[in-house]
Design a protein around this ligand. Sequence first.
Ligand code: B12
Length: 217
Amino acid sequence: MESQESLLKELSNHVVDMDEEMAVETAQRYIDGHFDAYEGIDKGLAAGMERAGQLYEEEEYYIPELLMCSDAMYAGMDILTPHLKADASKDKHKVVMGVVEGDTHDIGKNLVKIMLETAGFEVVDLGRDVPPEDFVAKALEIGAEIIGLSTLMTTTMENMERVVQILAEKGQTQIQVMVGGGPISSGFARKIGAHYSRNASRAVEMAKSLVGEVVPC
Ligand code: B12
């Protein structure tokens, strides 16, 4: 039988190789092998997408390649996602999530959303290019405990700070703000009064600690 490790490597490689068909086939073999779907997304498909992003930085890949990589990633996710063991607890903690105004990069946000949902959070996804006021309005409307903000561009980082400011103006300081994306650092998060996580799995740990759930070491 194939090992989980070799299948994870294959999943990652199919994303980098822009091979949608093989991503689907390998994802199916991964499920047939009864391996954990969450790890398949996190350590297989998402890891491949991160490598693809690096190749873009190194000017080996250009935008069309990147889009084909994300097609392969999403095709694999279509197979794995139905097998995620969603936490079935009734009183779910609510998160409002989206990409800030001016930015349309949403691959990372979509990954974080799926991981949070699998961990038992109810996530309301506002999509991309979302005005700061909309995050706050939706969070107040549904009683969210967390607002998750994503951006991949330096030019739009200030819209994250704007969300924190609007919350403060409304006296809603109990709503926690989580930020992430390429240009974001823990220093930036601290400066604006938010919490930072580097990737989707850490985002889950962070969200759990913010709502007071114990995170295993
Ligand atoms: C794919 C990509 C695109 C795709 C986006 C497709 C899509 N639907 O998302 C396309 C081709 C459309 C695109 C367009 C553009 N892009 Co682009 N793009 C990228 C690229 C190569 C990869 C991004 C990616 O998807 N990575 C993979 C995912 C899985 O990683 P991630 O997003 O970082 O997410 C992880 C973590 O950051 C974290 N995370 C993410 N969000 C959140 C949120 C929370 C709350 C938490 C806790 C964690 C978290 O968890 C995720 C999973 O582990 C990056 C370069 C790079 N290496 O990042 C450039 C990059 C982001 N793009 C860039 C630019 C400039 C653009 C364009 C303006 C280009 C143009 N001239 O038109 C446009 C944007 C237009 C706009 N206004 O939005 C620049 C930004 C420069 C800057 N510093 O501001 C980059 C850095 C490339 C570069 N070096 O120039 N792009």
